[in-house]
Design a protein around this ligand. Structure first.
Ligand code: PLP
Ligand code: MN
Length: 353
């Protein structure tokens, strides 16, 4: 934990609160606070259509406890994260309920995970008996309780056991060991999020729902109670939430959006998303020629239909993919009406799990 604390404060922010946007040193990661707030509110309103479904946004998008706290204030029951450093950043930032929606394998890391359970409710995904044994041992060593969520392969063919007897076998294993508790199922297919047409996306999620039902039947046959099924991202959460099978959804990118999500289509096959682009990379034009402009963000060239910028002009670039872009930066600069209003450390950044 100390390591990520040092990382949090090791770099100098690119600006001060109150600066004008033209004073921000580039490249910098900017968030338009008005659009961010709109996105938080849009999701909160959208979730009213599914009163029995809880919202647990995914923090892999922002890796930032300050933003996670805004999500809690906006109706989230807790956060998901994809790696231990993200979980540490969230718990340090006061988030009380975290699901690490991935496997944590290394025994030292399991102790770090277990130690977070002293300060917050911690759940983690598993897909092997060996990992369940190691989790129980780590939790027992630190005298804490960890919630265990069984990851099911619902068509993504990444982590997860097949939806059948293996699910019940792992649940029984969890119930047989101390300091761990069976919480439910993780049924997520990332590939479905960016299927462009709504009809194709619905068909893909139907497959997820069918596989999830198979996993639930396997538990029922073994008389194992399960009242927690989590999954779904920005592209599909409406469909999981309406399924009457999922009890929780995990959209992440909705706070920022990106070019990739901007290409998803709605029911009328239009590029219309209920969420707004709020994330930008602020860059400075460092060199121009007749037909090109070079910016300080690693892009080789930009073609601009509204004229060539001059050296020193700032450009607001929309990232193709929000989560990996955030991971390259140390700070999220919050802008409102052209001024810096907040500077948030990206405490959960880093390469590894
Ligand atoms: N849940 C899990 C397990 C994920 O891996 C992700 C992202 O890849 C999400 C939710 C959130 O997806 P998105 O950022 O597309 O909303
Ligand atoms: Mn993504």
């Amino acid at each position: 934990q100390f390591e990520s604390f040092i990382r949090m404060f090791s770099s100098r922010p690119p600006c001060n609160v109150g600066d004008s946007v033209t004073d921000v040193e580039t490249p910098a990661l900017l968030v338009c606070l008005k659009k961010l707030e709109q996105n938080l509110n849009t999701l909160k309103e959208a979730m009213k259509a599914y009163p029995s479904v809880k919202l647990r946004p995914h923090a892999k998008t922002h890796k930032c406890a300050m933003l996670a706290r805004l999500q809690i204030q906006s109706g989230a029951v807790g956060l998901c994260c994809q790696k231990l450093t993200e979980a540490e950043a969230l718990v340090q930032g006061g988030i009380q309920d975290v699901l690490l929606s991935n496997q944590v394998i290394n025994k030292k890391k399991l102790l770090r995970l277990a130690s977070l359970a002293r300060s917050a409710h911690i759940a983690v995904c598993v897909d092997s008996e060996r990992n369940i044994e190691d989790l129980s041992e780590a939790a027992k060593t630190l005298d804490v309780m960890l919630d265990i969520v069984i990851e099911v392969n619902v068509g993504g063919f990444r982590c997860g056991v097949e939806p059948g007897p293996d699910v019940a076998r792992l649940a029984k294993k969890v119930m047989s060991l101390p300091n761990i508790r069976f919480k439910g199922l993780h049924c997520y297919n990332g590939r479905n999020q960016h299927i462009r047409s709504l009809a194709d996306r619905q068909a893909a999620v139907n497959e997820v729902i069918e596989k999830t039902k198979l996993a639930l039947s396997a538990l029922k046959e073994s008389e194992i109670e399960c009242n927690y099924v989590t999954g779904g991202g920005t592209g599909t959460f409406h469909l999981e939430a309406a399924s009457e099978v999922f009890t929780e959804v995990q959209p992440g990118s909705y706070v920022f959006m990106d070019v990739d999500y901007g290409l998803n289509l709605d029911g009328e096959e239009k590029f219309v998303s209920e969420f707004q682009q709020s994330l930008y990379i602020l860059s400075t034009v460092q060199s121009v020629a007749e037909n090109r402009a070079i910016v300080d963000v690693g892009l080789k060239a930009v073609s601009l239909d509204s004229g060539v910028p001059t050296v020193g002009d700032q450009l607001w670039l929309i990232p193709g993919h929000c989560d990996p872009t955030v991971n390259m930066h140390e700070w999220i600069v919050g802008m409102r009406d052209g001024r810096v209003e907040s500077i948030w450390p990206i405490g959960g950044k880093g390469p590894g799990i």
